[in-house]
Design a protein around this ligand. Structure first.
Ligand SMILES: Cc1ncc(COP(=O)(O)O)c(C=O)c1O
Length: 390
C-alpha cells in the first residue's frame, strides 16, 4: 500500500524516461504499455522529477528533532504546532476514507477542492500546449486555474436540460482534462449517472474530473465508487459546504494510485496545516457527520421554503441539488436592488447564459425569512413572465 507520509514511486525515474518516448501524444497512450495511463498523460518532465523530500517525509528515529529548522518552543495550546505537520495526516485520510468508502491510498487531502483543481492542471497540462474542457455555465475556477498556468480552456455548454451533450467525446477530443461539476454550480442541476459514466468511458485518454463539492446535498449518487473501474477518473470533494468548514480550506482528491502518485509530485510539502487537520478530523467523526447530516436537512428545508417563495413570486427556479437555488427574473435589476436594500448579498453573473439569474445560497431560518420577506413585499413589482413559453 502506498504511504502518503513517506511517498515512494513504483518505477525509477530512469525506467520511466527510457520507456516514455512521447507521453503526451494519443498514440503513446495506446502504445506505451509500460507506463500507467496517468504517467502517459502526465507532463513528461514530472516523470523525471525527484520530488522535494521534506524533513518530515524523510523522518527518522530519536527524541531530539533538529532536522527541520523548527523552533523547540510551542507557544500555542495546540500540541506540536511548532513542528511541521505530516504531508498527508494519516488519521485525516483514514477519517475521509471511512466517510467516503474510498480506500485511503486513493485519497489526497488538499487546501480545498480549489487546490485539487490546480494540482490536476499542474500535473497533467503542459503550459502553452494542453487544454482543459468544461461545460458551462459552471464553476469558474476550472478556467481561471488553467489560465493562470497558460493552459488552454475549451469552454463548452451543457444542453438546455443541463446535461452533457450527446457528442461529448467529439467536443472534448482535444482536452487533457475534462471537468464535470455534479451537482453543478451555479445551476444546482445534476447529470444522470449513466451519462457521467458514459462520458468517463468515452474519454479513456483524458483525465475526467467529477467535482462533487455539493454531493452531500444531493440525494442521488456519487461516482466515487467508480474510481477502481476507471483509471482516468478523479473525484473532488470538500469540507467547505455541507461540513461548514469553508474557512479551514480542506478538500480531497480521490483517484487511482497512479494519479495519486503524480499529484504527490506537485503538491506542496505541507499542504494540510495542523489546526486544519484537527478540525477536519473532528468534523469527520461519527458525531461530526451526524451534525453535518442534521444541518444539511435543515438547509434543504429552508431551501424548499425559499424555492417555493421564489416560484410564488413568479421567478423561474431550477431544481436545487446543492445548498443554493438559481432563479431567473424578468425584472432582475429591480430584484437585485431590493435584495441589496434588505442587506442581503446574493450572487449575479456576467456569463450570458446566466443573464437575469441570481443565485441564493441556503441559510438558516431567520436569514431565509428575511429573503422571503423581500419577495412577498408590495414594493417589488410582480414577475409575470411565462417561462414555459420560452
Ligand atoms: C463546484 C465547486 N467546486 C469547488 C469549489 C471550491 O471548494 P473549496 O472551498 O473546497 O476550495 C467550489 C466553491 O464554491 C465549488 O462551487
Amino acid at each position: 500500500m502506498l504511504n502518503h507520509a513517506s511517498y515512494d514511486f513504483k518505477q525509477t525515474t530512469e525506467e520511466l524516461i527510457m520507456t516514455n518516448q512521447n507521453p503526451n501524444s494519443t498514440s503513446s497512450v495506446t502504445s506505451n504499455s509500460n507506463l500507467s495511463l496517468a504517467e502517459q498523460l502526465a507532463r513528461p518532465e514530472l516523470l523525471a522529477l525527484t520530488p522535494y523530500e521534506s524533513a518530515r517525509r524523510i523522518g527518522g528515529r530519536g527524541d531530539v528533532w533538529i532536522n527541520a529548522n523548527e523552533s523547540p518552543f510551542n507557544n500555542s495550546d495546540l500540541a506540536k504546532l511548532n513542528r511541521y505537520p505530516e504531508c498527508q495526516p494519516e488519521s485525516l485520510i483514514k477519517a475521509y476514507s471511512d466517510y467516503s468508502g474510498v480506500a485511503a491510498q486513493s485519497i489526497v487531502s488538499t487546501r480545498g477542492a480549489d487546490e485539487g483543481i490546480e494540482l490536476l492542471i499542474r500535473a497533467f497540462c503542459t503550459p502553452g500546449k494542453d487544454s482543459i474542457a468544461c461545460f458551462g455555465p459552471t464553476y469558474g475556477m476550472y478556467a481561471i486555474s488553467a489560465q493562470t498556468f497558460n493552459v488552454g480552456v475549451i469552454s463548452l455548454s451543457l444542453t438546455d436540460q443541463y446535461q452533457l451533450p450527446s457528442d461529448f467525446a467529439a467536443q472534448t477530443a482535444d482536452a487533457k482534462i475534462v471537468f464535470i461539476c455534479n451537482p453543478n454550480n451555479p445551476t444546482g442541476t445534476i447529470i444522470n449517472k449513466k451519462d457521467i459514466e458514459q462520458a468517463i468511458a468515452a474519454m479513456p485518454n483524458a483525465i475526467v474530473v467529477v467535482d462533487e463539492a455539493y454531493i452531500e446535498f444531493s440525494s442521488t449518487y456519487s461516482v466515487a465508487d467508480l474510481i477502481d473501474t476507471y483509471p482516468n477518473l478523479v473525484v473532488l470533494r470538500t469540507l467547505s459546504k455541507a461540513f461548514a468548514l469553508a474557512g479551514a480550506r480542506c478538500g480531497f482528491l480521490m483517484a487511482n494510485t497512479d494519479i495519486i502518485d503524480l499529484i504527490m509530485r506537485v503538491i506542496a510539502p505541507y499542504p494540510v496545516p495542523l489546526p486544519v487537520s484537527e478540525v477536519a478530523e473532528k468534523a469527520l467523526s461519527e458525531q461530526g457527520i451526524s451534525l453535518m447530516q442534521q444541518q444539511v436537512g435543515l438547509l434543504k428545508e429552508q431551501g424548499i421554503r425559499l424555492s417555493q417563495a421564489l416560484t410564488q413570486y413568479g421567478a423561474n427556479v431550477l431544481p436545487a441539488n446543492g445548498n443554493f437555488v438559481l432563479a431567473e427574473f424578468e425584472n432582475t435589476q429591480q430584484v437585485s436592488q431590493a435584495v441589496q436594500q434588505a442587506g442581503i448579498v446574493a450572487r449575479a453573473y456576467k456569463d450570458a447564459r446566466l443573464k437575469n439569474r441570481i443565485r441564493f445560497s441556503f441559510s438558516n431560518e431567520s436569514d431565509t425569512d428575511r429573503l422571503i420577506a423581500v419577495f412577498s413585499s408590495n414594493t417589488l413589482s410582480p414577475n409575470t413572465k411565462d417561462y414555459q413559453q420560452q
